[in-house]
Ligand binder design. Structure first.
Ligand code: GDP
Ligand code: MN
Length: 392
């Protein structure tokens, strides 16, 4: 079984191989939301079960959330080797100083595993292998003896690598060998294995092929790298909401009407010193039920201390939205601070309903004012908590 890059990378991560931060998504709006987390600069990569995407224009860098949207729109739905692109991986851009190559593969001639490394990784590795085979170091892997760290260093040295980067690269190679055996893999490949300008080593790509005959043995482990494990995102999708959980340390949950307003709210939260925990666009035609679902999903996002609901009653109706919010307050008594900025159709009725629940409501203010108030309230909560602690 050929794993998708994002699946391979999750397994790399579990094995201790450094990977870029990022997220796999299925829509252009979600891609833009993820890009905000990385100040707009991301690499967007089609998830397909084949290599050579870079040369086919299926790996692209975007510098702004808007660009992330258009780039993703251009990639999703394209066909590559008979497969239609349904997902893209959106990652922070790594600053490349050097692209290396590292792989463990089965040598079909001998039937034995072989390690392959090169200091000339990247998109032209096939050409390197053909034209300058000496630049690709081959090392047969003895399956019955332990693979010692000094071997890993020896191999990289033979590829011309020296200095402080050597131990880091050797650690990655050792982990790849372990993964190869542990998962009954046919191939574990990292190309490019990037050395960054700050001398970090990062797996910028990942290819992992697991023996089909051994799949049953690894069912649980492989399930962990599937998006199905992301419960909240699935729940949101079923409810017809566009939701992406972001920074696991994010403390501010966001619910907004429209992708543009959602992104602007995220930006404002970041600008004023908060950390967005999620992106959620309610879309149009929102019912009380759907608003309640949206709020419940954001409330379940780990670490959320405060939630800003930033909506406009144009297609949507403020009273209906307020009814959904009120239902959650009445039924769940949430502990997180919730602040609502809402204007438009049936606004007076909506405001009244929320104020009855003692929710802070921003009626005519800006998004920045709303976010600032939420952060102030959270700051005051924290102070109060500390004082309580001191007096007890
Ligand atoms: P492949 O062509 O299917 O193997 O896809 P890769 O994931 O290897 O990406 C192709 C190329 O895109 C790489 O060889 C890099 O040169 C480039 N690339 C991928 N990720 C990054 C990144 O984070 N930063 C930069 N600067 N380039 C990247
Ligand atoms: Mn690659």
């Amino acid at each position: 079984m050929y794993l998708y890059e994002y699946e391979a990378k999750r397994l790399f991560d579990r094995a201790g191989i450094p990977i870029p931060r990022g997220k796999v998504v299925t829509t252009a709006t979600e891609a833009a939301a993820v890009s905000v987390q990385f100040k707009g600069r991301v690499v967007i990569k089609a998830q397909v079960q084949a290599g050579g995407r870079g040369k086919a224009g299926l790996v692209k860098i975007a510098s702004t959330p808007h660009e992330a949207t258009t780039v993703t729109q251009g990639i999703l739905g394209r066909t590559f080797h008979g497969e239609q692109v349904a997902k893209v991986l959106v990652e922070e851009v790594v600053d490349i100083a050097q692209e290396l190559y590292a792989a463990i593969a089965l040598d079909t001639a001998s039937g034995l595993p072989v390690i392959l490394v090169s200091s000339r990784g990247g998109m032209d590795i096939e050409q390197v292998a053909q034209e300058t085979p000496e630049a690709l170091v081959r090392f047969p892997l003895e399956i019955l003896t332990t693979f010692h760290p000094f071997r890993a260093r020896e191999i990289w040295r033979e590829a011309g690598i020296n200095g402080e980067i050597l131990p880091k690269l050797s650690a990655v190679l050792e982990k790849m060998v372990n993964l190869f055996f542990h998962l009954d893999a046919y191939t574990v490949e990292i190309n490019p294995l990037v050395v960054t300008r700050e001398n970090r080593v990062v797996a910028a790509d990942g290819k992992l092929i697991v023996d089909d005959a051994a799949l049953a043995k690894h069912e649980e482990e492989l399930a962990l790298c599937r998006p199905a494990s992301e419960g909240l995102e699935d729940e949101a999708k079923k409810a017809g909401l566009s939701y992406v959980s972001l920074d696991p340390e994010g403390n501010i949950g966001i619910i907004a009407g429209g992708a543009g307003l959602s992104l602007a709210t995220m930006d404002t939260v970041t600008m004023l010193g908060g950390k967005p925990a999620n992106f959620l666009d309610t879309g149009g035609g929102i019912s009380a039920e759907k608003m309640a679902q949206a709020l419940r999903i954001v409330l379940q996002t780990p670490n959320v201390k405060g939630i800003i609901i930033n909506v406009f009653g144009g297609i949507n109706n403020c009273l209906t939205m307020a009814q959904g919010i009120s239902r959650v307050i009445d039924e769940d008594s949430p502990r997180a601070r919730i602040l609502v900025k809402m204007r438009g159709h049936s606004q007076e009725e909506g405001w009244a309903l929320l104020e009855k629940r003692r929710l802070p409501v921003i009626k005519y203010g800006t998004t920045a004012e709303a976010v600032q108030l939420l952060l102030d309230l959270l700051g005051a909560d924290r102070l109060e908590g500390e004082q309580l602690c001191r007096s007890c």
